[in-house]
Design a protein around this ligand. Structure first.
Ligand code: DC
Length: 217
């Protein structure tokens, strides 16, 4: 069986960076499932499809030409690596993720990332829905205030102006939508290991996950 490490958790918990580094150190493939929902957010905006039109959204998902190449993300021929990282696309991704037809349409593409020698997948439902067979499931979280501060620093470092109060409010709203939706909500599965990174560095979280993986493999 191809080994899988599923890392789920709320927005700005550090999942992306941690998961990417774990994959790198183990020489595994990496799935950033949030990027797929962000792509739906962007593609639907470009084609003027709203979230109340689930069948149109499903068609859009099934026909999106997505490519993860050379560290970048492409939608058709367009390099959208940066365009999908905005707060607006995060919100649109969260709304798209609440549409069951979108989730269903993205199942196959997510599963197609599973290839030898192994996969590290990060998102909201990696361990609960997409890869329930994962050998290691981690629920990575951190205090909401600390997550908002981390997001703030990231945006400022990129030269994007940000307001910490608005960021905190948006983050709490996004948590709520991601945990309350009916299909595949963000939950800590019973078999997931809880890792709270409020007082941890990226390095410590990475080492902890690799340590856990080495114990069970
Ligand atoms: O991980 P992220 O912040 O890039 O994800 C953006 C949004 O996409 C998130 O708020 C909810 C949605 N999402 C989802 O519904 N399921 C996933 N597996 C990953 C992301």
């Amino acid at each position: 069986m191809i080994p899988i490490i599923a890392i789920d958790g709320p927005t700005a918990s550090g999942k992306g960076t941690v998961a990417q580094r774990v994959a790198q150190q183990l020489g595994f493939h990496y799935l950033d499932s949030g990027a797929l929902y962000r792509l739906v957010g962007l593609a639907s905006q470009q084609s003027g499809i709203e979230f109340l039109e689930p069948l149109l959204l499903k068609e859009l998902c099934l026909h999106m030409e997505i490519e993860f190449r050379d560290g970048g993300i492409f939608l058709g021929k367009e390099d959208v690596t940066e365009a999908i990282r905005t707060e607006e696309m995060g919100k649109r991704a969260s709304s798209a993720g609440a549409v069951p037809e979108v989730r269903e349409a993205l199942i196959q593409v997510q599963k197609s990332f599973l290839k030898p020698p192994g996969l590290v997948a990060d998102g909201r439902d990696m361990g609960s829905v997409i890869f329930p067979q994962a050998q290691l499931k981690v629920f990575l979280t951190a205090d909401a205030k600390i997550r908002a501060q981390r997001r703030y620093k990231q945006l400022i470092a990129k030269g994007i102006s940000a307001n910490i109060d608005i960021l905190t409010k948006d983050l709490v709203e996004r948590d709520l939508r991601d945990t309350q939706r009916e299909t595949a909500p963000l939950v800590q599965s019973e078999d997931a290991f809880l890792l709270d990174t409020s007082d941890q560095t990226i390095e410590e979280a990475v080492n902890r996950i690799i340590g856990l993986y080495q114990q069970i493999k």
